[in-house]
Write a protein that binds this ligand. Structure first.
Ligand SMILES: C[S@@+](CC[C@H](N)C(=O)[O-])C[C@H]1O[C@@H](n2cnc3c(N)ncnc32)[C@H](O)[C@@H]1O
Length: 223
């Protein structure tokens, strides 16, 4: 596995540029093409991007399964879960702009009855519901996030990722699985440590490289 790219300041610049682009979207929203499908993102929403593709290309959903998509952004993973046969998807995000984008995209793809979109800080508004599958493309990097747009890429002190692993088991059915995205410029070693401490096995199911950046998808199962 390849880890941290040599020039992390280039990653900072690239991520800051992306945050400026997320903020500059007009009131009509912006159309993004992703794996042959169309998505709309409203201002301040994380755009569907290569980071989620190893997960979307490799996750398995059995017909009729219930899925929780944590940190749904534009709703891209939630919508692909519906195309793969999920019966119900709960799509949550802390960012109100993501909620607006996901509602729009769920309707545009004809899944508005299957996708329940909720604003939630992690599992806060999930109640006691349990899922067969939990998908998560959470912010990758341990870096101070000063606003809600920065929070789509950076996780101050990895607090969100740590809290996710504290709570996730309660919301997973006993034979359930988690599909989790990370990157070589993120916190892979920390995530592996958190997963093991929470008694999950962890295995790479997909990877994709571009410009020295490597994006990974993992499957995690309760031990
Ligand atoms: C890397 S983006 C991924 C978005 C989308 N799932 C995708 O794959 O394109 C991370 C998302 O997690 C959300 N997020 C960050 N902290 C969160 C939290 N504490 N609770 C819920 N969502 C959170 C962000 O707002 C952002 O939409």
């Amino acid at each position: 596995m390849v880890y941290m790219p040599k020039n992390i300041s280039k990653i900072d610049e690239w991520q800051q540029e992306r945050q400026r682009m997320f903020k500059a979207v007009s009131a009509q929203g912006k159309i993004i093409q992703y794996l042959g499908k169309t998505f709309v993102v409203y201002k301040n929403t994380f755009w569907p991007f290569r980071d989620s593709q190893p997960l979307v290309k490799n996750f398995k959903i059995k017909k009729g399964e219930h899925v929780l998509d944590m940190g749904t952004g534009s709703g891209v993973i939630a919508i692909f879960a519906c195309y793969r046969g999920a019966e119900k998807v709960v799509a949550v995000d802390i960012n109100p702009a993501a909620i607006k984008s996901t509602r729009h995209n769920a309707k545009m793809h004809g899944f508005e009855k299957m996708i329940v979109v909720k604003r939630s800080n992690l599992f806060e508004n999930i109640g006691k519901e349990q899922f067969d599958v939990i998908t998560a493309n959470l912010p990758f990097r341990n870096k101070r996030a000063h606003d809600v747009v920065a929070k789509s890429q950076w996780d101050t002190g990895l607090k969100t990722n740590k809290q996710f692993f504290k709570e996730v088991r309660k919301h997973l059915r006993p034979k359930g699985r988690i599909y989790f995205a990370q990157s070589n410029f993120g916190a892979i070693e920390e995530i592996k440590t958190l997963a093991k401490a929470a008694r999950f096995s962890i295995k790479v199911i997909g990877r994709q490289s571009a410009d020295g950046k490597v994006f990974y998808a993992f499957v995690l199962k309760p031990r």
